[in-house]
Design a protein around this ligand. Structure first.
Ligand SMILES: [Zn+2]
Length: 329
C-alpha cells in the first residue's frame, strides 16, 4: 500500500511543479504587457548566462577576465531588473520560479533523503485513500474528553466513565503495538456512546504512523464488495483485504442479503488469513447480531475479535443539549 502511495505522492509533486511553472509564465505575460523593458533585460541576462557557461569551458589566457566581465554584466542587469520591478509595484522576486517547498524544490527529496514536506503529502494521500473525509479528521485524541461520560454506574458493575477510560487505555496500547499484534476489535453498544469517534481517533493515529487504513460504513463496504465482484474491480478488493486496518462502521445497517452476508464472511476470513486487522463498530447487542447474521459470521466475530461494550448516555444528544443551554444563557 505504502508503495502505491509513494507513486501518488510523486505525481502530486509533478502537479505542483507544473502549476508553479504555469504561474511563472502568467507572471511573465503580465510583465510583458505592463513593463516590457523588464523582459528585455531578462532575455539579456539569459543570453549572458549562456555566454558565461561557454566562457567557462573555453580555454585561453583571458578566460578568467572574460568570466568576471560577464558576471559583472549579469549583476548589473539583475539589479536593474529588481529596481524596475519594485518601481512598478512588483516584489523583487516576481519573475523567479516559486517553490511550495524551497528546501527540496518540490521534488520531495534533498539528495537521497526525504524532505519534511514528503510526509505531509503522504498523509494527505493516505487520508484520501482511507475514505475518511476532512471533517472527520477533527475526531482525534486531542478532542477526547473523558468527562463527557457519566460517573454514575446505575445498575452496571462499572460506570460509563470508567468503562471508557479502560477502552481508551487499551486503544492507545493497540496503536502503540500495532505492528506486534493481530488483534481485531469489536465495538458494540447503543448509538452515541463514542464508538465511531474512537475508530476515527485510532484511524488518524495509524495513518500518521504510515499504516494503510480504510474506513467504510457497512453500507459503503457492501457497495464496494458488489463493485469489486460484478465489475471485476480487483484492485478495490485487494486494497480492502490488504490494507493494514479496515474499519467497518455501523455493522447491521447495511442492506442484508445472502450476498452481503456471504461476502462479508469471505472478507473477514481473507483478512484474518493475511493477518490484516479490522475494527468493527455496531449499535447492536451481541444477541441481536447473532439474530441478524449467520452462526458462521458471528462465531468469527466473537471468536477472533476483542469485544468492547460501550454504554452510557447518548453523547450526541448530550453535546447538543449543552450547546443549546450555553447559547441561550
Ligand atoms: Zn520539501
Amino acid at each position: 500500500m505504502i508503495k502505491n502511495f509513494h507513486s501518488e505522492v510523486m505525481k502530486l509533486y509533478e502537479q505542483i511543479r507544473k502549476s508553479n511553472e504555469l504561474d511563472l509564465q502568467n507572471r511573465k505575460k503580465e510583465i510583458e504587457s505592463n513593463v516590457p523593458e523588464i523582459l528585455d533585460i531578462e532575455n539579456k541576462i539569459q543570453k549572458l548566462s549562456l555566454g558565461l557557461s561557454l566562457a567557462a569551458i573555453k580555454p585561453g589566457n583571458d578566460r578568467e577576465s572574460n568570466i568576471n566581465k560577464i558576471k559583472n554584466e549579469i549583476m548589473t542587469y539583475k539589479m536593474k531588473k529588481s529596481e524596475l520591478l519594485v518601481a512598478n509595484g512588483y516584489p523583487m522576486d516576481y519573475l523567479d520560479f516559486h517553490y511550495d517547498c524551497p528546501k527540496c524544490k518540490d521534488t520531495g527529496y534533498i539528495y537521497t533523503s526525504k524532505c519534511s514536506c514528503y510526509k505531509k503529502y503522504l498523509v494527505n494521500v493516505a487520508y484520501k485513500n482511507s475514505d475518511l473525509s476532512i471533517s472527520l479528521r477533527s475526531n482525534n485524541f486531542n478532542n477526547f474528553n473523558i468527562n463527557y461520560f457519566s460517573d454514575d454506574a446505575f445498575n452496571s458493575p462499572i460506570s460509563p466513565k470508567n468503562n471508557m477510560a479502560k477502552i481508551y487505555k487499551n486503544s492507545i496500547i493497540y496503536i502503540d503495538t500495532f505492528n506486534k499484534h493481530n488483534d481485531n476489535l469489536l465495538f458494540y453498544g447503543n448509538p452515541g456512546t463514542g464508538k465511531t469517534f474512537l475508530t476515527h481517533c485510532i484511524a488518524k493515529e495509524l495513518i500518521e504512523m504510515g499504516y494503510s487504513v480504510i474506513y467504510k460504513t457497512a453500507d459503503d463496504l457492501i457497495a464496494a464488495l458488489k463493485d469489486a465482484k460484478f465489475n471485476n474491480n480487483d484492485s478495490l478488493y485487494t486494497s480492502l483485504v490488504d490494507c493494514d486496518l479496515l474499519i467497518i462502521d455501523d455493522l447491521g445497517t447495511e442492506q442484508l442479503s445472502n450476498f452481503s452476508k456471504k461476502e462479508l464472511f469471505n472478507l473477514l476470513n481473507a483478512k484474518m488469513l493475511r493477518y490484516k486487522k479490522m475494527i468493527i463498530s455496531t449499535n447492536y447487542s451481541l444477541d441481536e447480531l447473532t439474530d441478524i447474521y449467520s452462526e458462521r459470521l458471528t462465531s468469527r466475530l466473537f471468536g477472533n475479535f476483542t469485544l468492547y461494550k460501550f454504554f452510557g448516555d447518548d453523547l450526541r444528544l448530550k453535546l447538543k443539549r449543552n450547546t443549546i443551554k450555553n447559547s441561550t444563557r
